[in-house]
Design a protein around this ligand. Structure first.
Ligand code: GDP
Ligand code: MG
Length: 439
């Protein structure tokens, strides 16, 4: 999903202005990307419609940065689709908070129960108790005991010959007596949803009155995970979803559809078999991950706050035409300073985290001040036409700015190279990135 969406987005970014038919193309790409990722058909349809309407309705096409605007809309709508905000666990007004794990066999109930206990212990020094209510799967109790030991949490169990309803009743009495603040009930699953399983779960629900019914679904099963979530929700009124095995899911379809289809929030994601591989689910971060944008959005927002759009467009044009001069350079330096420094900006750009040597670019306030001094020692003609800068002019500038001649030379050389690079980049060639940063 990520790759396909990214392609669509970067195609769009390369264009300055976009037409209605460009928009149509990109919406088609987005639709295909989502369908390929196994996102629910109806969800895709609504999503594409909303994005399109927003894009058409908000003068996006007339704006100077239409591509960014559309990326932003897509990102916001993806976030909305997944529920906007992280949803915390429900808590009982008085202890214990009862969490019932439900889901198909192999979805990750037992593993997630242990991860949750570990999480709660770390977060709030909780003292949970597990109730072993899976009496069907061979060695289920033993498995729970093994992981429980790893997270240092007791297990209430009565073996496999007692009815799970009875086990839950007695387990709750035990928790009351021991004053556990959380009870996590590990129930049985089936390979398929069936009547008998659902009845058992409904009975346990009636007995335990859980504050939280967490459905675990396997992200790797895509659309099927969504169907499972839908039927469990119909029968049990689940309160949240844990999307497990997200570490193995490259498509992201389940993450995107579950909320829209069930109306229930994804509360956690499982990111591996280890017991610390549990993450609180943040819709916005997931949207970023799907779009592969790093913190691109923060960057766009920052730019929008601080940057005069018209100026930005002028600069872009100048870069493209290779007429970027020292006056623009000073403008740029000021903008960069306002936005918090060059490194902060670079770090937020997608893919830039991986550029080697990024942390070696030193351009603090002092260096920027030196650069400005050098530029201010140029005549207006020199600023506009850096090609005028011959050795004697450079010596004069060095004297005027109080900077050593080699520094002036280096700075002018870097400026000329950057200018070339910017022109290449704004014409769609990014391969010179390393050179631009003086590597
Ligand atoms: P249950 O039948 O629902 O209780 O599922 P289990 O907790 O026994 O998990 C089934 C398998 O999935 C086990 O091998 C787990 O290690 C594995 N598993 C559970 N959660 C995750 C996860 O988030 N990522 C990965 N990669 N494996 C997981
Ligand atoms: Mg289990």
């Amino acid at each position: 999903l990520t790759e396909r969406l990214q392609n669509a987005m970067s195609k769009l970014r390369r264009k300055g202005k976009i037409s209605e038919s460009d928009l149509k193309d990109v919406m088609r790409e987005i639709r295909l990307a989502l369908l390929e990722a196994d996102v629910n058909f109806k969800v895709v349809k609504d999503f594409v419609k909303t994005v399109r309407e927003r894009a058409l309705g908000s003068d996006v096409l007339e704006s100077l940065t239409p591509a960014q605007q559309i990326v932003k809309i897509v990102n916001e709508e993806l976030t909305k689709l997944m529920g906007e905000e992280a949803t915390p666990l429900n808590k009982a007004p008085k202890i214990p908070t009862i969490i019932m794990m439900v889901g198909l066999q192999g979805a990750g109930k037992t593993t997630t129960a242990a991860k949750l206990a570990k999480y709660l212990k770390a977060q709030e020094k909780a003292r949970p108790l597990f109730i072993a209510a899976d009496v069907y799967r061979p060695a289920a109790i033993q498995q729970l005991q093994t992981v429980a030991q790893q997270v240092d949490t007791p297990v209430f169990e009565l073996g496999t010959n007692v009815d799970p309803r009875e086990i839950v009743k007695q387990g709750l009495a035990e928790a009351a007596e021991k004053k556990n603040d959380y009870v996590i009930i590990d129930t049985a699953g089936r390979l398929q949803i069936d009547e008998k399983l659902m009845q058992e779960l409904k009975d346990i629900q009636a007995i335990a009155q859980p504050n939280e019914i967490l459905l675990t679904v396997d992200a790797m099963t895509g659309q099927n995970a969504v169907n499972v979530a839908e039927s469990f929700n119909e029968q049990l009124a689940i309160t949240g979803v844990v999307l497990t095995k997200l570490d193995g899911d490259t498509r992201g379809g389940a993450a995107l559809s579950i909320r829209a289809v069930t109306g229930k929030p994804i509360k956690f994601t499982g990111q591996g078999e280890k017991l610390d591989a549990l993450d609180v689910f943040h819709p916005d971060r997931m949207a970023n991950r799907i779009l592969g944008m790093g913190d691109m959005l923060t960057l766009i927002e920052k730019a929008q706050e601080d940057y005069d759009e018209k100026k930005a467009a002028e600069l872009a044009e100048k870069m493209q035409e290779n007429t970027f001069d020292f006056n623009d350079f000073i403008d740029q330096l000021d903008q960069v300073q306002k936005m918090g420094g060059i490194q902060d900006i670079l770090k937020m750009m997608p893919g830039m985290n991986n550029v080697p040597g990024l942390d070696q670019i030193q351009m603090g306030p002092e260096e920027m001040g030196h650069m400005k001094a050098v530029v201010y020692s140029m005549t207006p003609a020199e600023r506009q036409d850096p090609d005028l800068l011959n050795p004697s002019r450079k010596r004069r500038i060095a004297a005027g700015s109080g900077r050593p001649i080699h520094e002036v030379n280096r700075m002018i050389k870097q400026f000329m190279e950057s200018r070339k690079m910017m022109s290449k980049m704004s014409n769609g060639n990014f391969s010179g990135m390393d050179q631009m940063f003086g590597k």
